[in-house]
Design a protein around this ligand. Structure first.
Ligand SMILES: NC(=O)c1ccc[n+]([C@@H]2O[C@H](COP(=O)([O-])OP(=O)(O)OC[C@H]3O[C@@H](n4cnc5c(N)ncnc54)[C@H](OP(=O)(O)O)[C@@H]3O)[C@@H](O)[C@H]2O)c1
Length: 304
């Protein structure tokens, strides 16, 4: 748990945290097996409470995978024992990095079949964000989409979801991840550290960016007139006429999560987990994430 805003060192592992209430109407009690870690967890912990609408002390984590223990009144679609995963939403009670929690059924979906729980746990927040971004772009039928940060949490799922949607994906990544991102199905992967790589990009109609406003700004000259941009990590202050930038903020959605779960079950989408940390090493996981060079996702195993 996070007792106060600050560096990763403030994180404490406590066994005296209050047990969650029984699930109320529309809610589900879940025993958590694994929970993804996301940049927002570190940003909120560092003092960005506004991001998540939480004040310390709180339990970190906005997504989790586990098993249904009990359902509240009005929840007819789930039953005890089922494997589920969720992104809880920003205003909801946080706390994926804990053993038991109550989640709104509207934020849950059945976990993908035959997929290890650590991989399922890394999907919800980044996967929903990538899917929402691609929906906002509205590309279809073989159109080209540029996915920046093809190796990141959002980006590596964005590449695969775009491919599953039938799009032609051009991605960027660092030199060590070029092969990894090609393996996700990108038709072309360009090294973002090569200053000249933008010259090879002309007339791009769609951009899914999860790096930041400055990064979007650096690709504006590569976009076609009428291009659409889904901005996951910030919107540039100035955008030329004719280019539409849509800010993306991940929304809890059982329906979208079910779609992603299906893609995982069909092996058309996978989560790359760079490292699984026991809960006791959550601070170390935060530090690694804050380094900004994770491939795919980091996951906290609960009760392992
Ligand atoms: N709006 C929302 O609801 C929402 C949801 C999810 C995430 N986000 C935000 O989106 C951002 C990304 O999140 P994430 O989970 O995807 O992050 P992440 O996994 O931590 O991103 C790290 C990855 O980004 C790559 N990278 C860094 N700079 C790059 C660049 N200039 N071009 C291409 N790749 C680059 C790194 O590759 P190298 O190691 O090669 O540098 C690394 O693989 C964060 O700011 C996060 O807070 C927002």
């Amino acid at each position: 748990m996070v007792p106060r805003y600050g560096p990763a060192e403030v994180i404490e592992v406590r066994d005296d945290w209050p047990e969650p209430d029984l699930p109320g109407p529309g809610e589900v009690l879940v025993v958590v097996q694994a929970a993804g870690l996301n940049p927002s967890d570190a940003k909120i912990r560092a003092g960005g409470g506004r991001l998540g609408g939480v004040e310390p002390p709180y339990v970190s984590g906005r997504e989790a995978a586990g098993q249904v223990v009990e359902v509240g009144p009005g929840v007819d679609s789930l039953e005890p024992g089922q494997e589920v995963f969720a992104f809880f939403g920003w205003g909801a009670r946080p706390g994926g990095h804990t053993e038991r929690l109550v989640v709104a059924a509207s934020a849950l979906a059945l976990s993908p079949l035959g997929v290890p729980v650590n991989e399922a746990a890394g999907l919800p927040l980044a996967g929903l964000t990538a899917l929402q971004g691609l929906e906002a772009l509205g590309a279809s039928g073989g159109e080209r989409v540029l996915v920046t940060s093809g190796s990141g949490g959002v980006g590596h799922l964005g590449v695969q979801i775009a491919v599953a949607l039938g799009l032609e994906v051009i991605a960027t990544s660092g030199p060590a991840n070029l092969g990894f991102v090609r393996g996700l199905g990108a038709a072309e992967v360009l090294d973002y550290r090569d200053e000249d790589h933008r010259r090879r990009l002309r007339g791009i109609p769609y951009l899914l960016d999860s790096v930041g406003a400055g990064n979007i700004g650096s690709y504006l000259s590569c976009l076609s007139t009428g291009a659409k941009v889904a901005a996951v990590a910030g919107v540039p202050s100035e955008v030329p006429d004719g280019i539409t930038v849509t800010p993306i903020r991940c929304e809890a959605s059982s329906a979208r999560l079910t779609r992603l779960s299906q893609l995982m079950t069909e092996r058309r989408l996978s989560v790359t987990v760079q490292q699984v940390f026991p809960l006791e090493q959550a601070a170390e996981a935060h530090r690694l994430l804050e380094g900004g060079h994770v491939r795919g996702k980091l996951v906290i195993a609960i009760g392992a």
